[in-house]
Ligand binder design. Sequence first.
Ligand code: G4P
Length: 303
Amino acid sequence: MNNYQWYPGHMAKALKTMREDIKPVDVLIELCDARAPESTRNPNITDLSRGKIHILVLNKKDMADETGTSRWLAYYREQGVTAVAVDAKSKEDIKRVNSFIEKKISDKFSGADSRLAEAVKKAGGNLKKRTVRIMVTGIPNVGKSTFINSFAGKAGAKTGNRRGVTRGRQWIRLRSGRDLLDTPGVLYVKPLSQEAGMRIAFIGSLNDNNLNTEELALDLIKWMLLHYPGRIADRYGVDEGDVSDALKVMEDIGEKRGALKKGGITDYERTAMLILDDFRNLRLGPVTLEMPEDTEGFINEKA
Ligand code: G4P
């Protein structure tokens, strides 16, 4: 059985780097995956973002169930978390998130006790005179680079190293006049349950090299049969049966797709890869892997 609770040893080092990088930052954009928002969040964020504007972006909303995403946004609203759902490849969504951030910056500016408000006051009360620094963070594969590229746009020019910032880090001057750190902060997660780990593995945020992909694909088939009946049948033209038939379903998919070894035996490895690839490229349709009620309590452990 796959151990989905595996996590990389360099997690602590990543956190240390992040603690350094975040120091001069005013706005932290935390990306998670809209298909499994809580499982793809690093719980250290709460500490890291203290005193800063913190915006949770549910990215890849085009890959998630619309109703699922609405439920998550309502849940975060209840929890007092500022959250927005986007497709990082959509210009309209990026524009929307930009106005959202600008609104948060001006809201914070009116809050007398904030560090940012203080600094702005010192700069003569004009928000434009004080550079607001923005950083993007998230676990692997949630779309950090895509988001940074879309957010910075073509006009994004490197502004060079700044004082007080880790050497080698570059800031991109945005059209809005804000500065965006060009390197995202990469964090990892340590799932508390096999289920949470499995969801991260499905979407490709746990390194496949540490997993048995045949088992992963089999778990995915089981999950799809249970939660989205009909999708596998529609895509591959196979009979679904019930969850106990998952292996047979996988073999039928292999046969339909010609993923066979000599003698007509299923090539499980190739079949697994094609199923995972289809899932990760939306060819099995949009899915939401977890709902707020599935994640009562903490699902990822702090470093
Ligand atoms: P990372 O920096 O957090 O590791 O993630 P990255 O931007 O590299 O994105 C990982 C994959 O997710 C990429 O696909 C990227 O195109 C895709 N992606 C990012 N944001 C979105 C989104 O909002 N919606 C959809 N549908 N996909 C998104 P890839 O296949 O690995 O690369 P590519 O062939 O697209 O370049």
